[in-house]
Structures are given as structure tokens and as C-alpha cells.
Design a protein around this ligand. Structure first.
Ligand SMILES: Nc1ncnc2c1ncn2[C@@H]1O[C@H](COP(=O)(O)OP(=O)(O)OP(=O)(O)O)[C@@H](O)[C@H]1O
Ligand SMILES: O=P(O)(O)OC[C@H]1O[C@H](OP(=O)(O)OP(=O)(O)O)[C@H](O)[C@@H]1O
Length: 207
């Protein structure tokens, strides 16, 4: 039996749809359930439902063989997991944004983000020394109330930036969800995992 860590929230529905397209018989109540461990015995699969940022932790520790995680999460924390497949779902990108026409403060430039490692690496590579302020959400608020000059955040439709009068300034990276594996589980269950990879690869959306 394979244990798969699924991210609750945005990615979940698209991931479930992909698994169903690959002909995995997930029960109809799968998406509505409040259960956090769901066994699908006919498919020899166990699903655990976790916060998107925690999926990698379950996989790294080997309590899940496989997981589905956004590339943003994988970029933010270097973890000992294999990235097996780009599922091409939950597409968005990471960007630097700010108020139009507002320059970075030259003496004390500040960047607010949920992704401190991605942001600090990015600005270091640009040769800019900035203070990173970590927030957990509503990142777009930071430039509006003077907490930071810039934000590093996910942009999907661009609606949140627009409605808050912010503009995208630089694009950092494209983001889609990936199938990840625990290295030891992969070696132990390579046949079973490769079969799942092949079935998913056959149904992932076109670029
Ligand atoms: N518009 C978007 N905003 C945020 N994440 C998105 C968006 N579109 C796709 N994603 C993907 O979905 C993942 C986040 O999912 P979701 O928004 O459900 O969780 P979250 O709210 O960020 O997590 P948490 O519950 O820990 O705060 C990201 O890691 C990213 O890969
Ligand atoms: O470009 P858009 O389609 O508007 O999507 C981007 C927004 O969605 C995410 O926030 P989320 O809704 O997860 O809320 P949060 O601020 O609590 O993280 C992200 O952090 C952006 O704020």
C-alpha cells in the first residue's frame, strides 16, 4: 500500500481530478470528507490530508511515500525528497511586487513575504541587501501600510495585486505542483511508484 500526502486547500481538487483521470477509483465523498486519513483499499492507497507546507515534512520523514507539493514550497525549503513529476496543475508564479512608482528605501529596504529563503536568495543574487520580514498571509497589506517597500508572493490571476493598487515588478519563478517521493520508499517500492508515475504522466495537462 502506498501512502500519499495530499495538500488540503487550493491544490486538492485539481490533484483529485488528476488521480481520477488516471483511473484511480477515489470514492465520491473523497473531497467532502473531514477525515485526515482516507484509505482507498481497492486501490491499495492511503491518503493523508495535510497543510500544503507540511506535505514535504510527511514525505521527508517517510510517513508518506509520496506527496503533492507546490514548486514554491520545494524551492523555499531544501528537503531530502525526490521530485518525480511536474503535474502541471495549480499553475501560478512567484513575483516581486510593490506600489507603482515607489522605489526601494535606500537606507533600510524591506521585503515582506511568506517565502523568506526564496526572497533573500533572489535579492542577494540581484546584489541587493534587504531586510526580510516574514508574514503568514495577506502579504499585499505590507506595502499599503508601510511595513515593506516590496513583497515576494504568489501571483495567479493578478487580481489581489490589482485590487490593492500594487504592480508586479519582477517575475522570480514559475510554479506548478509536483509529485514528490521519500527516497527510501522510492527505492523500496520503485515498481509500484513508477506505475503510478506512468499513469499520471499519461493524463497531465498540456503545457
Ligand atoms: N493564487 C494562489 N495563491 C496561493 N497559492 C497558489 C495559488 N495558486 C496556486 N497555488 C499553489 O497552492 C499552494 C497553496 O495552497 P493554499 O492556498 O491552499 O494554501 P495556503 O493557504 O498557502 O497554505 P496555508 O493553509 O498553510 O496558509 C501554493 O504552495 C501554490 O503552489
Ligand atoms: O493573483 P491572485 O489570483 O489574486 O492570487 C494571489 C493571491 O492568492 C494568495 O493568497 P491567499 O488567497 O492564499 O491568501 P493569503 O493572503 O492568506 O495567503 C497569494 O498569497 C496572493 O495573495
Amino acid at each position: 500500500m502506498l501512502t500519499i500526502a495530499m495538500p488540503k486547500g487550493r491544490i486538492f481538487d485539481e490533484a483529485v481530478e488528476l488521480l481520477r483521470r488516471a483511473d484511480y477509483a477515489l470514492p465520491p465523498e473523497f473531497a467532502e470528507s473531514r477525515k485526515l486519513v482516507i484509505d482507498v483499499t481497492e486501490e491499495q492507497m492511503r491518503f493523508i490530508l495535510a497543510k500544503p507546507m507540511d506535505v514535504v515534512t510527511y514525505v521527508e520523514h517517510g510517513v508518506a511515500d509520496l506527496g503533492i507539493a507546490g514548486k514554491d514550497v520545494l524551492m523555499e525549503e531544501e528537503r531530502n525528497v525526490y521530485e518525480l513529476l511536474d503535474l502541471r496543475i495549480s499553475r501560478c508564479h512567484l513575483a516581486v511586487a510593490g506600489l507603482p512608482g515607489v522605489k526601494m528605501n535606500e537606507i533600510a529596504p524591506r521585503v515582506a513575504t511568506k517565502y523568506p529563503n526564496i526572497a533573500s536568495t533572489y535579492f542577494r543574487e540581484q546584489g541587493e541587501q534587504v531586510e526580510i520580514i516574514r508574514l503568514n498571509g495577506s502579504i499585499e497589506l505590507a506595502p499599503l501600510i508601510g511595513l515593506a517597500d516590496r513583497i515576494v508572493d504568489i501571483v495567479s490571476t493578478g487580481r489581489t495585486l490589482k485590487e490593492n493598487g500594487l504592480v508586479e515588478l519582477e517575475r522570480i519563478a514559475e510554479v506548478t505542483s509536483r509529485l514528490i517521493a521519500n527516497p527510501a520508499s522510492y527505492r523500496l517500492n520503485s515498481g509500484e511508484i513508477e506505475r503510478l508515475v506512468d499513469r499520471l504522466a499519461a493524463v497531465i495537462p498540456e503545457r
